[in-house]
Structures are given as C-alpha cells and as structure tokens.
Design a protein around this ligand. Sequence first.
Ligand SMILES: *Cc1c(COP(=O)(O)O)cnc(C)c1O
Length: 413
Amino acid sequence: MKKEKGDSDQIQTSNATSFVELGRTFHSEIRTANLPVYRASTVLFETLEEAKARVDAADRGELGASHYGTIGTPTTFALRDALARIEGPGHSCRAAIMPSGLMAITTLLLAYLKPGDHLLVTDSAYGPTRVFCKGILSRLGVHTTWYDPTITPEKLESLIQPATRMIFLESPGSYTFEIQDVPGVCAMARRHKVMTAIDNAWGSPVFAKPFDWGVDASVLPLTKYWSGHADVLMGAVVVREEHWLPLWRTVRELGVSVGGDDAALILRGMRTIDVRMQRHQHNALEIACWLERRPEVGAVLHPALPGHPQHALWKRDFKGSSGLFSFELKTDSEKKSPTSTQIAALCEGRRYFGIGYSWGGYESLIFPARIGSLRSVAPWQGGPLIRVHIGLEDPADLIADLEAGFSAMERAT
Ligand SMILES: *Cc1c(COP(=O)(O)O)cnc(C)c1O
C-alpha cells in the first residue's frame, strides 16, 4: 500500500505499518529549555548526494555533520561543542566524547603514539592509566618512563629522549595530591616539540583551565564533577585544533561512541557545576581544617591548605579547590600504624560517607588508598592514607560522622 509521506490517514494503514510509521514526527510550536534527546543509529538522507556529502564532512570531523549514530547526533554535538568551549575558552579547541574517563585516556594515548615512541607519565597518575601503559601500550612498542610529580621542569627535561612524543600529567596527583608546575612543563615540552596532555579530573572546568597553562590536550572524566550525580559514566578529550584529526581518526577507527541519553545527563549536570563546585570547595576546606586538628591525623593532603608542599603552585594556577583530598593516619605512641581492623572501623558503618570508587557526585565517600603498587619512582613514604570525597551535605553532619569513625577506630584493635 502506497502512502504519501506525512499522510495522517491512519485508517488506511495496516497494523504492521502503523507500528513502524506512527509516532516519529509530531509538529508543534512547543519550545523547551532543553534540547530534545536524540537517540540514533540510522541517520536519514533525502538524496544519495546528501549522504555522500555528510560522509565526507564526517571524515573531516566537522561538528554537526553525521551520517550515522556513531558519528554524532544533535545531542552529542551540543555536548562536544560545550566541552570544547568551556575547557578551552580563548583557545581554538575540539572535543571528542567516550563512554568512560578511562577510555578518554586510552583513546588519547592510542591517537598520538606509535611503536617505538617514548612517553613520560607522572608517577601520581590514576591507577588504570598505569595499567594501560604497562599493558596494551607496552605491547604496541610504546615505552613509558614514570617521573616524580614533584620534579622541576628542568629535571623533567633531562628525561626527554629523541623518541619522546608526549608528557602525560595529572595535577593534583591521584591519592597524594602533588601539584605540578604544569605551565613550566608545557613551555619546556614545546621547545622539544613534545605534546602535553593532562588528566583534569580534580579541578573541574570551574577551578582549572589547563589550556591557559599551555597543554595540548585535556582529559575530562565527565563521570566525576561534570555529571555530579553518580549516575552516568563518560569521558572526553579536548585538544587544540591542530591535534584534532589524529584524535578523530582514532575515535572513528575504534568505534568509540556515546548514546544521546547519557550525553543529555552530562549536559544536565553541567548546568549546576559552578554552584556545586563552590559548595564542594567550602565543605572540603572546613573538613580538611578540622582533620588537621585531630590527634589521629598526620598530614592532610589538600593543595589549598597553606601547609601543602606545593601550595604556592596551586595558588598560582588554580581558581579554587574541589571536594577530593586525602589524609594520613598517624602512628601511635609506640610508632605502630593503625591496623587494617582500625582502618575498617573508621570507614565502615558511617552514616553519610559511603565506601565506594569514583567521586564527584553530590555525596560523600571514604576509601583507604592502596598506593603500594601504584608508584614506581616516588613511593609514598608516610602512614596509611584515607581518601575522602566531600559531598554537598552539611559539613557539621560530616564532621560528626568522622568523629564517630575516629571513636570506632580507637575502640577497635
Ligand atoms: C575516575 C577517574 C578517571 C576515569 O574516569 P571513569 O569515567 O571512571 O573511567 C580518570 N582519571 C582520574 C583522575 C579519575 O579520578
């Protein structure tokens, strides 16, 4: 049965066709604050010529040009456009999105490194970054050297080899929160034509502007603060325009793509990121200062505290501090570290602090940091480390919760 497009005469449509045809368009004057969420594998064209033009434009990586759902939809293009502009204001940047923050890291490394290349990675990098470098990247013939995150740019320069292609930074470092001289490293790397990339999880786009520091690429674990609600996994790589095509080609070759519903969740989280970060910052500082006065606590590893070893660098480069930091547990009068039972008593059974991986949501989390296997050249020398993510609760409630934890720790043996 032949039917004109847009014909609403449903009576003449067989049941089987109705299932396919109806509900795909509805013309209305209603405008909403938010973009509709596009779900798409198939993209339709009016003509074959149009299909070819779109494929060509997608090959060039043009934002908005899509011939298939993996390339993009209005929802994912809107997110990528926002990410590039927010992460790199004043710079000409492009963004690609991936199904997790880790995949943003791995896609970035695969995009720019080839067999025989050498890579410098901070020893304070996120654990799975290290696993990837030691695993797939090493099997591909890319050699990684780890560097002490507190190294000066001059000392780091001496680790550059003829085959060095990239320096991968993370500041502050995972678990131990060392701040690097990112502008200094970037200026040095540029002289050697070595690309710089940074994992920008901690600072969020509110408090850290890595392209102003001079990086070539920034990795955004959107799972964390961009989402803000612990309900979606996603990552992004933002690069300067001149680095775009190798990244885009790798995204295409690997088939990396993200669905519209998840992209819409990140866009939603983004609307409130500025106010959330202010509150995370305020709450975390209040709790960090309280922890500094606790007898059970040694160093509090929070870059915004004046006692932090790289506080001056943090103050120079960051616009604020987020909700994630660590603290060290002191040894007792007989120089004995707290036992695992005592550490468990501190963390378990808390009313507000959940035990769980990830962070950046509205809720507080606590986890002992096991960094033994996570360091090559700069091992952690201090006592047991506890990492906390301070959420949006009332800080007084969080302090009472930690106080109960310290009491439970004291009772445990
Ligand atoms: C969580 C995290 C990632 C990875 O993000 P996922 O979306 O969980 O894969 C990368 N880097 C840092 C520093 C992180 O904390």
